[in-house]
Design a binder for this molecule. Sequence first.
Ligand code: MD3
Ligand code: FE
Length: 216
Amino acid sequence: MSTQTETLFPLEPAFEVITDGACLLRGAAISHEHDLLAEIDSIAARSPFRHMVTPGGFTMSVALTNCGSAGWVTDRSGYRYDCIDPETGKPWPPLPVCFRSLAGSAASRAGYHDFHPDACLINRYEPGARLSLHQDKDEHDFDNPIVSVSLGLPAIFQFGGLKREDPVRKYALNHGDIVVWGGPSRLFHHGVPALKKGVHGLVGSMRINLTFRKAL
Ligand code: MD3
Ligand code: FE
């Protein structure tokens, strides 16, 4: 293919550098939307979405479930990864093959070549649901990136720096967008302000976010 053709019709979708170590692959999950949503439904049939309680006693507005050999959980005793779904008493559903391959190829494109996630946290936002500014630091080591896939309604994504007080930048995350966070950005604070009302043609009135992690 000529370089001119490649410039007009790139083989790779747009790749936006957010900050050192982090990049945004706009629309990179769209071609897998049906597979992803079908897998999410079957995961939720086995390990339902639920509103967990934080150590401080607040019920999260975001509903969540997990798949993989470990899942992120919170209750009055703290945040942690657990191999057992506390709601069912059984292991979380396994990571579907299409989840693994999508996460692996997104990480590779961002320059993280040996990403083998063992956990996928699935967040479900209904209008008004939000996630306050936090760091993801319950994982065993921070050398691995986190890959995030957004589906459904658009959200504003905020991210700051290593300190909670660092200035915050905002990004719109749309259906099919994938973000890879690693290296110097791995411990940056981030959050999602209240989801606006709306209807997405395929997903309905919600937003679903998958985050792939190497937890254990
Ligand atoms: C930046 N989820 O589950 S994904 C979470 O949209 C979480 O549901 C958000 O934050 C969501 O913990 C944001 C994007 C994301 C994930 C991990 C990060 C951004 C990150 C880790 C470090 C820096
Ligand atoms: Fe997070």
